[in-house]
Every structure is written in structure tokens, then in C-alpha cells.
Design a protein around this ligand. Structure first.
Ligand SMILES: [Fe+2]
Ligand SMILES: [Fe+2]
Length: 280
């Protein structure tokens, strides 16, 4: 029997984790040190390179939104755009993800000029970002969601079972958020960052804050889990059978490009560590 459509998508996510981008090994290397200045510089390097993705993501969604005739799906996309660009009511956040990311970069010593200077980013990163604008504008909405929002499924620690025979995500180390969190947690505990500086991470998964504060943790509650579930659902419920192949292809392409983005961030992170640890 051919593999169910949702399981084909989950298998692509598993494949992504089987060969993690260099970002994961860079995080693991950074986690070996307790030197606050090195951890800060490393976080600055990684999070700054993530800036083009963060500011572009809701804009990509806006293009997909414009191509989507289904009001139910449009509402979901709108909700995701709101999480990114509108204010999260949590007292530690009070901003969308884009603004919270800027707040974190400021806390790490990055200026607005530096983060908005797109000429300074590696071309591999800019290539992914500009390709995604093209996909978002020109692909039919299902292929657009598949290519651009497949990344939403790479950062969840647990994916709830929506379909009875749905494959497990398996041993995922996540594309990086969990490891970035371990580094930022060290900086919070060392007094180098305040909790509110790190609300960018919490807003994606408030259970991280519960964990930090020793409160009970419900892992199915994070924003990222909500996004991951609706991306999978929207694709499964709205892809006509004749288009499954093309949607899987777009999903795979998006993941490969996301991988190359994170691989470039990892390369930059390793280069920073080479310099900082004097091993270059
Ligand atoms: Fe976000
Ligand atoms: Fe998301």
C-alpha cells in the first residue's frame, strides 16, 4: 500500500533530522564552554544571521495568504502572521516574534543598522530568503505552504498524533531551538541576559519559561506545536490527490533550503568559535 500523504511529509522531516545542519554541531560545541563572553558572541553571531529569516517569514505568509481562496486556511495563516507580527499579551513579551527577536539582538549588543544591513549577510542565506519570496508569490498556496512552512515542523519537540496511523517524529534534536535555549539559559543564569530579553524563544514555546521557573510543563501547549499541527492539517485536508506529488516535492525543497540556511548559520558559528577559542 502506498504511504499515506501525511506520513510522507513526516518522513521528510525525519530525513531532515537524520543529517542535521552544521548549526547543531556548532551549538554542541558552544555548549562545551561556560565562558560568558564566548557564549554571548556565539549567540549574537547565530541570531543575527537568523534575522533575514525572521523578518521575512510573516511577509512570505502574506503572499501565500493572498493566493489562498480557502477562508479556513486563510484564518490559520492570519493567526500565524499575528503571532509573528502582533503583540503577544504575555507580560514578558508584549511584542510579536519579529520585535522580540530585535529585542534579543539589542540585548546581545547588535545595533539596528547592523541587523538591517542586508549586504552583510552571507549570500547563501540571502539566496534562500529571496527564493522563498518567489515561492510564496508564485506557487499555488498548497505548494507555497509546503515549501515555506515545512520549517515549522522541524522545531517541535513532540508532534501530537492527529491521525491514528501517523508516524512518530522519532529522535529529533530539533533544528536548533532547544540547543539555542540551553545556551541562552546559561547566559540568563550567569546574569548576562534578563529573562525578558529572551522572550523571542519563550513566545515560541512558553513551556521553556515554565521549565526555567520550575512550574509544571505541558509540552503540547507551545505556539510552535500549534503551528506545526495546522501546517500538517492544512496540507493533508486541502491537497487534491493529483497534487500530492507536487506538494511533497515543494515540502522537500523547502526543507533542503531551510537546511542549507541553518548549515550556513552553523558554518558562521563554527568560524566564530574557531576565532574565539583560538583553534583557527
Ligand atoms: Fe515565530
Ligand atoms: Fe511558527
Amino acid at each position: 500500500m502506498p504511504e499515506k500523504f501525511y506520513n510522507r511529509l513526516i518522513q521528510e522531516i525525519r530525513r531532515f533530522h537524520e543529517n542535521p545542519p552544521a548549526l547543531v554541531s556548532a551549538y554542541e560545541r558552544a555548549l562545551q564552554t561556560d565562558d560568558v563572553e564566548i557564549l554571548k558572541g556565539f549567540s549574537r553571531c547565530i541570531l543575527l544571521n537568523f534575522r533575514p529569516w525572521v523578518v521575512s517569514f510573516p511577509r512570505w505568509l502574506g503572499h501565500i495568504y493572498g493566493n489562498c481562496p480557502d477562508p479556513e486556511v486563510r484564518r490559520l495563516i492570519l493567526e500565524d502572521m499575528e503571532d509573528e507580527d502582533k503583540k503577544d499579551p504575555h507580560p514578558l513579551a508584549r511584542d510579536g516574534h519579529v520585535g522580540l527577536h530585535r529585542r534579543l539582538l539589542h540585548a546581545l549588543g547588535v545595533s539596528d543598522e547592523e541587523m538591517e544591513d542586508w549586504d552583510s549577510y552571507p549570500p547563501e542565506i540571502l539566496s534562500v530568503v529571496h527564493s522563498f519570496y518567489e515561492f510564496a508569490r508564485t506557487y499555488p498556496w498548497q505548494e507555497g505552504v509546503a515549501a515555506i512552512m515545512s520549517s515549522e515542523l522541524t522545531n517541535v519537540r513532540d508532534l501530537p498524533k492527529i491521525y491514528p496511523d501517523q508516524l512518530e517524529l522519532g529522535e529529533t534534536r530539533s533544528a536548533g531551538a532547544a540547543l539555542m535555549w540551553m545556551i541562552l539559559k546559561k547566559l540568563i543564569l550567569a546574569g548576562a541576559l534578563r529573562k525578558e530579553d529572551v522572550a523571542f524563544l519563550f513566545a515560541h514555546d512558553w513551556t521553556l519559561l515554565d521549565e526555567l521557573e520550575g512550574k509544571p510543563v505541558d509540552r503540547t501547549r507551545g505556539t510552535e506545536v500549534k503551528h506545526a499541527v495546522y501546517v500538517l492539517r492544512a496540507l493533508v485536508e486541502h491537497t487534491p490527490p493529483g497534487r500530492e506529488e507536487s506538494v511533497v516535492r515543494a515540502f522537500r525543497l523547502g526543507l533542503r533550503m531551510f537546511w542549507s540556511y541553518f548549515n550556513t548559520m552553523g558554518r558562521e558559528g563554527h568560524a566564530f568559535l574557531d576565532r574565539a577559542l583560538g583553534t583557527a
